[in-house]
Ligand binder design. Structure first.
Ligand code: 5RP
Length: 226
């Protein structure tokens, strides 16, 4: 059921894509549905180039035949389609439970428009209700950043995957900061980024132009107020 909703949201985002566009490809299961859908459109003649946000998405895009580019060859991306772990009522996001937050943020900030695709379980009134804040750190700084975040409150856990320390595509570690409800996402995003050794965090404040939400009643498009 959830997977059907994720797919429905992702398929709706295909309406945003036109021939000639440079498209940012997000990471995760919902973004994966979008990539597969885009691959089918490319096979039927749509001409796009895409910038993937992870090795996982790069492999999938190659598999389905989407021509790839990068931020050196194509400085500006027309539209990026990505998933999220939480979407607040003001359309701020927590991303990065899939571990691709740094490249996702770079690609999002290089994009004219960011479209987020989610099932309704990702909607919250305020960020931090359910998801921790992923914080990617240079491995040498994992302890010092963890100490600083702990001082600010909540609980910090070094991310593990398959009983090993998780290492991102960039060769870094990820701290999951169980912060609790976030009152000022934009401020907290800046504060986290200000800690020496932090590469970036999974708070994406003021990034999404539109969020496509799928639930049992259908598809709902939420727009960021101008
Ligand atoms: C990866 C992400 C994903 O977009 C996020 O985790 C949502 O994943 P899914 O679509 O599988 O629920 O931020 O870094």
């Amino acid at each position: 059921m959830t997977e059907d909703l994720k797919r429905a949201a992702a398929m709706t985002a295909l309406e945003e894509i036109r021939s000639g566009m440079i498209v940012g490809l997000g990471t995760g299961s919902t973004a994966g549905h979008f990539i597969r859908g885009l691959g089918l459109k490319v096979q039927s003649g749509l001409e796009v180039h895409a910038v993937p946000t992870s090795e996982e998405s790069r492999l999938l895009a190659e598999l389905v035949g989407i021509p790839l580019t990068n931020l050196t060859a194509s400085r500006h991306i027309d539209v990026t389609v990505d998933g999220a772990d939480e979407v607040s009522s003001s359309l701020d996001l927590i991303k990065g439970l899939g571990g691709a937050l740094v490249r996702e943020k770079i690609v999002a900030h290089s994009s004219k428009r960011v479209v987020i695709v989610v099932d309704e379980s990702k909607l919250v009134d305020r960020l931090g209700r359910k998801a921790p804040i992923p914080v990617e750190v240079v491995p040498f700084a994992a302890d010092s950043v963890s100490t600083q975040l702990n001082r600010w409150g909540g609980e910090v856990r070094l991310r593990q995957k398959d009983n090993k320390i998780f290492i991102s595509d960039n060769g870094n570690m990820v701290l999951d900061w169980y912060h609790g409800v976030i009152d000022y996402p934009q401020l907290l995003e800046k504060q986290i980024k200000g800690i020496t050794g932090v590469v970036d965090s999974g708070i994406f404040a003021h990034v999404a132009a539109m969020v496509i939400v799928a639930n049992a009643t259908g598809i709902h498009k939420l727009h960021r107020p101008a």
